[in-house]
Structure formats: structure tokens, C-alpha cells
Design a protein around this ligand. Structure first.
Ligand code: PBG
Length: 320
């Protein structure tokens, strides 16, 4: 028997999704005869310590994962569950993303105090979000709303909404669903209205490169469709050199046709990727779509088309 130590942040969402992954892995262990047990070890990250500052001002990628990766390299922990959208594009030497499990709902959603949908919110209603991607797209849809920053975990954001600090907030549906709070959702935003963050709704399972027995288990947990579509989105983000604090969105799907099984066997199902870059005030929203079978190519081509439209200029101005 080997005990796999799973590092996790202390937020309710991190602990919940870590627990859900462990449940899935235990099931796989039983089915395939892996001699593993699992134990959670809580870790406080830099991102958790600076909740009082606007994160976009602090900047830096991977604010939530650095300490966890350090602990993994030092063998204090063996694996960690990350939200794909918080995972940096480059992993440190010695670590690998061992599995991308099946993605849950990728959409953003609106939660309003009154129960009114986006179209019915009165002019001047205060909407809380600190995501430049969300504020850009929201301002384009409803320039008459007042967008205000909101920080904290999902639970504290919901409390701030309930206390009247905001009339509405925007959150990822995935986080709410994992917490079992999907009944709080007033309206789901279609990707055509608001493109999600790269990797939103997906998880990544990080472990050491040389941990072969754990990697064998994780490879059984990988979802090919999610891995492919998220790879295209992440390549797109990589070319634009963005982290999670930039007004960039992307969403990829894998075509499912009647010939699916035939094409799947041939490894040639096509990926459709839509990417966006916008100004924080929503005055300019650039969007492009691409189709192809290679996630790297699709991600790069979509980024290239957006750059040709002026995306680089918008991003350069934000970087200052
Ligand atoms: N940026 C914070 C964050 N990182 C991951 C999630 C949950 C959604 C997911 O797993 O993609 C959230 C909350 C949110 O954006 O509402």
C-alpha cells in the first residue's frame, strides 16, 4: 500500500474538488487494482494570503500554484488538483500534468439578488466581477451597468451579493456546480455572449514526472476530448502571452458527427476554437474562430488572426 499525499489550497472549492477527484481515483484504483490510499495536505499559497489586494494589481502568473509545486518537488506531497484556468502554461522541470479529467460546465453565470436576468437588470445596477474578461464582455452587452471589483472565494462573493454590496455577480458555473450551489444561478451566459476563460470548468492533475505508478493511474483518468480542446485553448493563450488577468476568452469543442466513431478511430475529429480579446470597457471586442484537427495549430491560427485584427495592441496597452 502506498499513501498518495494530495496537496490542496484551503478554500472550500479547492478542498471540494480535491475530494471529488480522490473519490474518482479511489474508484479507478479499485477497478484496476492500484494499491493506493489518499491523504489531503492543506497548503496556504501566496494568492490566498493577499485576498485584500486586487489580484490583477499584484499580477504574476500562477499565484495559487507556486507553493504547491515547491512542496511536490520536495516530495512533501505527490499530486495536486488545479483549476485548469489557474494553471500556468509552463510547468516547472520535474512536474507534469498527469491527467485532464472530463470538463464540467464551462460557462459563466449571472447571479442576481432580484432574480432578474441580464436583460432585465435596471440601468445602473452594480455587478461584481474582478475578471477583465468578464467585465469586457459584460460592458459590451450592457454598457449601462456599473461594474465593480469583487474579491474572495465563491462563498464570500455570494455573501457580498446577499448583503447588498452588489445587485449581481458573475461566476464560473463550474465552481458553483462543484459546491452543489447550482440553484443559486439566475442565468447561464452562452459562450456567444461571454466566452469563458481558457480551461474554465476543467481540472489538471499535477504530479512528478518520474512518478510512473501514479502516472499510470492518472492516464486512466484523462479525458481525451477535454485534453484536446483545453490544449487548443491553452496554446491560443500562450501565443497571446496571457495569464488569467487579461481580457482574453476562448472556448473549443470537438465535433461530434454521425461518423464520429470512424473519425475518432482515425484520430481526426475536428476542433473548433473561438477566441476573443477585448478592451476592459467593452468598447472593442475582437473574435475569431478556427477549425482543425491539431490543437496546437488551431490555437496558434486563432491567435494569429486576432493579432492581425489588433489584439496585440490592446494587450500591450494593458501590460503598460
Ligand atoms: N478565478 C478563480 C477560479 N478558479 C477556478 C474557478 C472555478 C471554475 C473553474 O474550475 O473553472 C474560479 C472561480 C470563478 O471564476 O468563478
Amino acid at each position: 500500500m502506498r499513501t498518495i499525499i494530495v496537496g490542496s489550497r484551503q478554500s472550500a472549492l479547492a478542498l471540494t474538488q480535491t475530494g471529488q477527484v480522490i473519490d474518482d481515483l479511489k474508484r479507478l484504483c479499485a477497478e484496476h487494482g492500484f494499491p493506493f490510499t489518499f491523504e489531503v495536505k492543506k497548503i496556504v499559497t501566496k494568492g490566498d494570503r493577499i485576498l485584500d489586494v486586487t489580484l490583477s494589481k499584484v499580477g504574476g502568473k500562477g499565484l495559487f500554484v507556486k507553493e504547491i509545486e515547491q512542496a511536490m518537488l520536495e516530495r512533501e506531497i505527490d499530486m495536486a488538483v488545479h483549476s485548469m484556468k489557474d494553471m500556468p502554461s509552463e510547468l516547472p522541470k520535474g512536474l507534469v500534468n498527469g491527467a485532464v479529467p472530463r470538463r464540467v460546465d464551462p460557462r459563466d453565470c449571472l447571479i442576481t439578488r432580484s432574480g432578474q436576468g441580464l436583460a432585465d437588470l435596471p440601468s445602473g445596477a452594480r455587478v461584481g466581477t474582478s475578471s477583465l474578461r468578464r467585465s469586457s464582455q459584460l460592458a459590451a452587452l450592457r454598457p449601462d451597468l456599473v461594474i465593480e471589483p469583487v474579491r474572495g472565494n465563491i462563498d464570500s462573493r455570494l455573501r457580498k451579493l446577499a448583503s447588498g454590496e452588489y445587485d449581481a455577480i458573475l461566476l464560473a458555473a463550474a465552481g458553483l456546480t462543484r459546491m452543489g450551489w447550482q440553484d443559486r444561478v439566475t442565468a447561464y451566459l452562452r459562450p456567444e455572449e461571454c466566452l469563458p476563460a481558457v480551461g474554465q470548468g476543467a481540472l489538471g492533475i499535477e504530479c512528478r514526472v518520474e512518478d510512473n505508478e501514479l502516472r499510470r493511474l492518472l492516464s486512466l483518468y484523462n479525458d481525451e476530448e477535454t485534453a484536446l480542446t483545453v490544449a487548443a485553448e491553452r496554446r491560443f493563450l500562450g501565443v497571446l502571452n496571457g495569464g488569467c488577468q487579461v481580457p482574453i476568452g476562448a472556448f473549443a469543442t470537438l465535433e461530434s458527427t454521425l461518423e464520429d466513431s470512424v473519425e475518432k478511430a482515425a484520430g481526426s475529429r475536428s476542433i473548433t476554437l473561438t477566441g476573443m480579446v477585448g478592451t476592459p470597457d467593452g468598447a472593442v471586442i475582437l473574435k475569431e474562430s478556427c477549425i482543425g484537427t491539431d490543437p496546437v495549430q488551431v490555437g496558434e491560427e486563432t491567435a494569429r488572426r486576432l493579432i492581425a485584427k489588433g489584439a496585440e495592441k490592446i494587450l500591450a496597452e494593458l501590460r503598460g
